[in-house]
Design a protein around this ligand. Structure first.
Ligand code: ADP
Ligand code: MG
Length: 199
């Protein structure tokens, strides 16, 4: 069972992971984007962690909704509205229940992933965060937190040979091949952070 406290720890763990990995995320974005993904997410998740310390929220749905809102309002890049939509939509799907099962969280994140796909117009194989998020959410529903983290990591690595069809990297066309997508990489951090606190 996941409660609000666990979701707050998830967001805090993600803020710490993004802070630790910011340089790597920025390097990946330097290769096929504009070198701001690390800074974008560091700013965004630091704001999420600060907001949750000030207003802790008492349901998983409210924690994710507040996190999503913070990301949308503090991150300028494409990833802010996209991650914000993921978490806000997932939070809305969880409603005001005091806790959620792993299956319920997977279903809620599934709704979030669908909203991200709709907002960004991307599908699996376009070399975006969806290539990590989609397999992760499936594994979360079917198997375990650890399997979801593994699937996200594998999904991120699988973006290397892909040609980007959405976002800034798509401007590079064929030259985007051979690089790991920054957003898929940060999505793997999000699922790793969840597995870390839910273990
Ligand atoms: P920006 O591209 O505005 O500089 P970031 O560098 O923070 O924003 O984020 C880039 C990441 O956002 C990409 O690596 C990709 O995973 C994700 N992304 C970009 N456009 C889309 C889209 N249309 N759908 C899904 N994800 C996208
Ligand atoms: Mg960028």
């Amino acid at each position: 069972m996941l409660d609000a406290e666990l979701c707050r720890r998830w967001m805090a763990a993600m803020a710490a992971a993004v802070d630790r990995e910011a340089d790597r995320l920025t390097e990946l974005d330097a290769a096929i984007g504009d070198a701001d993904h690390g800074a974008n997410l560091r700013r965004g998740f630091a704001a999420v962690a600060a907001a949750l310390e000030k207003e802790p929220q008492d349901t998983p749905g409210a924690v994710l909704t507040l996190a999503g809102r913070q990301l949308i309002s503090t991150v300028g890049g494409a990833s802010g509205p996209l991650y914000g939509t993921l978490l806000r939509r997932a939070g809305k799907a969880l409603g005001d229940a005091p806790s959620a099962t792993r299956a319920e969280l997977a279903a809620a994140l599934g709704a979030g992933v669908a909203a991200v796909a709709q907002l960004g117009g991307a599908t699996a194989g376009d070399k975006t965060m969806l290539d990590a998020l989609e397999p992760a959410v499936t594994a979360l529903g079917d198997v375990s937190f650890a399997a979801a983290a593994r699937a996200a990591g594998e999904g991120a690595v699988a973006t290397v040979p892909m040609r980007a069809r959405k976002g800034r990297a798509s401007y590079l066309g064929e030259r985007s091949v051979g690089h790991q997508d920054p957003g898929a990489t940060s999505s793997a951090l999000l699922l790793a952070a969840l597995a870390e606190v839910a273990a």
